[in-house]
Design a protein around this ligand. Structure first.
Ligand SMILES: [Fe+2]
Length: 149
């Protein structure tokens, strides 16, 4: 039986959802939405790798993904600065380390990028949310609450 593209679509959406559902929640709606968006780009990238898209195409998706990470990190760093979050330098260092290490490594070894490489990326994000973003998010909530009183 031939499977039409319409029948494939729900499976693909389920795969995206299954991946972002694995992430810890920060309870900050904007952060959680951004994490979901980043995972969707990663799942898209994995999909394109598995479908053997051209290196130029993969490079384009990688660039889009890197820009999305940079924009998101920049927003977090701005909010940490505004709130005077004490852990902001350490947290920002984690962002910088990740961007430099991950994207440099991937670009230098683009033909080796596979589903496991994307899995590693999703695990990094989940760990970062659990170890850094949740704590920072809780601090921002408290500091915003204090300003409103
Ligand atoms: Fe972060």
């Amino acid at each position: 039986m031939k499977i039409s593209s319409k029948q494939k679509e729900p499976q693909y959406k389920d795969r995206r959802k299954a991946n972002w559902k694995r992430l810890p929640l920060t309870k900050n709606e904007i952060f959680d939405e951004q994490h979901q968006y980043l995972v969707e780009i990663m799942v898209d990238l994995r999909h394109h790798i598995e479908n053997k898209r051209s290196p130029e195409f993969i490079q384009g998706v990688l660039t889009c993904m890197e820009k999305s990470f940079l924009r998101y990190f920049s927003m977090q760093e701005h909010l940490m600065e505004l709130a005077g979050y004490p852990g902001r330098e350490k947290h920002s260092d984690k962002h910088r380390e990740f961007v430099i290490n991950y994207f440099t490594e991937v670009r230098n070894n683009l033909p080796d990028l596979d589903a496991q490489g994307i899995e590693k990326l999703i695990r990094w994000l989940a760990t970062h949310i659990y170890n850094e973003d949740k704590t920072m998010s809780a601090y921002l909530e408290t500091s915003n609450g204090a300003e409103q009183r």
